[in-house]
Ligand binder design. Sequence first.
Ligand SMILES: [Zn+2]
Length: 406
Amino acid sequence: MQIISPDYLSIDGEYKKGYSVAFDEQIRAVGVTEDILSLYPKSEHIATPPHSVLYPGFINTHVHLEFSGNSTTLRYGSFMPWLSSVIQKREMLTSSCTTEIISEACQAMLQSGITSFGAISSMGLELDACVATPQRVVLFHELIGSDPQSMQSAFENFVQRFEASAEYQNMRIAPAVAIHSPYSVHPDILGQAVAFAKERNAPLSAHFLESRAEREWLESSTGAFKPFFESFLNQTKAATTIEEFLASFDGYPAHFTHCVEAHEEELRKIALQGHTIAHCPRSNRLLGCGTLDLERLGRLNIPFSVATDGLSSNYSLNIFDELRAALMMHARHDLLSLSKKLIRSVTLDAAKILHLNAGRIASGYDADLALVVLPQAPEREEDIALWTILHTQKVTQLYIGGKQYV
Ligand SMILES: [Zn+2]
């Protein structure tokens, strides 16, 4: 048993002073330091630097590791030119993306305090790096295919990749299901995929309403997607509608990425069905996709997570870079309450989204912990979330399943 006694302990949105945590692979007890020390007198006591704050390990629900080789190759600024550049450079980027590069990306996440992540996998290139990394990985095998001729073989390939990763479940890898998007997946195969996720009780995710172009295409088969579909796929009409796509998920909660272009009506349906949203502020900014309406999400009580997306639409996988961007982007929100909400989005809410027994410092949860050190003692407890977001580049200590990795 180990005991850690930080200056402050983050518990359900509050910061407790004089508290300690006893843990082995799971958290066994949380309470006032004297009580915890007398409960486990023979345990190892972990020293912490001054001004330390202990958080549950941070969780990044949406990342694409297969594109970790990109830094200046893809075209940023607007969604369609970006998508065209992805298609054009995809082969080059993925073939040069070695296990070493992917491992470096996992390590960068680890240093910023990420103890679990959801990786969208379209080819299975990241499996070796995910097996080697100490983090918990929810591996979202992605399905793509709007052509009725080839979609059955795409589904079979997806099932194969899913089953292959299921063999690594005892190595902290959990297989999950990802639908690429409403514009790229045929409704028939979508139905099969949702049924498959439900049957396996696996997390389910989909990119949804990321850009204006996507919305126009799904609504009226017009806009910037039209020439793209005509030239690449010989398709003149969208294969599904927004309503149809959303209705396919009825009865099984999904994690929708982006939703920047979702209207009130769609968000109401998302709320009603218990779906959640991955919010990637830097990716949205870099691809010219606008800003998710967090105020509306709050009104409708839709849980969201802040996530980095991949290096195909970002410049770092540091969760604190992402939280800072979110803090700046949502300028109309009260600074202090938004800071707390953002921290919750990458701990408690993200854990629920990925079906993890983590994201909370409480007895019975996995001992995934991240220790952050503030530059000075905080004057007020209510400012700690803000200081944490503004001043953290890397965490000072990090535990996954009770084992120290930073
Ligand atoms: Zn994505």
